[in-house]
Design a protein around this ligand. Sequence first.
Ligand code: NAP
Ligand code: ZN
Ligand code: ZN
Length: 352
Amino acid sequence: MYKAKAYSVTSATSPLASTTISRREPTENDVQIEILFCGICHSDLHTVRNEWSDLMPTSYPCVPGHEIVGRVNKVGPAVTKFKPGDLAAVGCLVDSDGTCPECQAGFEQFCPNQTLTFNSPDKHLGSVTYGGYSDSIVVDQRFVLRVPSNLNLAGAAPLLCAGITTYSPMHHWGVNKGKKVGVVGLAGLGHMAVKFAHALGAHVVVFTTSANKKEDALRLGAAEVVVSRNAPEMQKHAVSFDFILDAVSADHDINAYIQLLRRDGNVTIVGAPAKPFAVAGFGLLFGRRSLSGSLIGGIRETQEMLDFCGKHKITADIEVIPIQKVNEAHERLLKSDVKYRFSIDMASLKSE
Ligand SMILES: NC(=O)c1ccc[n+]([C@@H]2O[C@H](COP(=O)([O-])OP(=O)(O)OC[C@H]3O[C@@H](n4cnc5c(N)ncnc54)[C@H](OP(=O)(O)O)[C@@H]3O)[C@@H](O)[C@H]2O)c1
Ligand SMILES: [Zn+2]
Ligand SMILES: [Zn+2]
């Protein structure tokens, strides 16, 4: 074991603060990564504040962060995928059983024995896993991704959650040229969804509650922007969408989007507000529409997404912050005040 620097919270109401945590020395198949950048996902905030207490209660102290890019420091003797000095990335998963039908099919995100990057039982050290708000992390090579060398690292970090979470359902639902695609909520996940849908050739419409994001939405690749609180503007798009991705972090009316689907259209939820949705069944009956969910993506698909981003030069639009501003950043996320992802420069942790 060794000590790593990190930022943690000790309760649902306390701020993130500097601390030291224990990490394992790399074992046989492990890669030790010096973390250079870590994105801030709204899931960090849900977890820190224990907002998912019914499903995934938070164990304190909690070190969040699952959008990790860095450089390999050390590798275990059986590691073949990486060597010291390589760029490397880690997303929301750090382990799974590798043997269940989900793992065999490449869907580690649905493995019943998965280990999440933070707030999951730690098989090695016995407590819980600690995430990327830290100067290093040790991860089995199966869960370490390669970062295309042409991408800006601070902007690549958010691909590890916001990227794969939006890329995966678009592939599943066949987003491509000629499809009309809606994206609800323009921030971390939403802005990545716009970039992917645009790169795949779709006609993209952004739904936002923030009128001041209109110009950015167009710059990011949207063909049209709708301020979702404006009912007549919404009505103009009734019964017209093939696919809508909902990336909203707070309680809102999902029926308003179901109404916009054409026959056999689909709304996929990736946003994870704590409060259950109230869904009007009739909205689904008419037009044989469907409502579904999607959770990050498997390891194979995450690498495919990173390679796609390398090819199409896609990274997140980021505001780089030192770790000392992380509490302020969490507060700003709650006000939808981010353009469009915070990326923590982990060099700032050296002074703690
Ligand atoms: N399924 C998965 O695998 C997965 C992975 C990562 C994250 N998530 C979840 O996805 C959600 C979004 O994450 P994120 O990191 O993208 O969050 P974020 O950057 O904070 O963006 C959320 C956006 O939702 C919109 N919004 C906020 N409050 C709203 C309200 N009351 N009504 C309507 N719209 C509202 C805002 O967009 P506008 O300003 O444009 O309206 C806001 O910017 C979170 O719940 C997160 O936990 C899920
Ligand atoms: Zn996330
Ligand atoms: Zn499994």
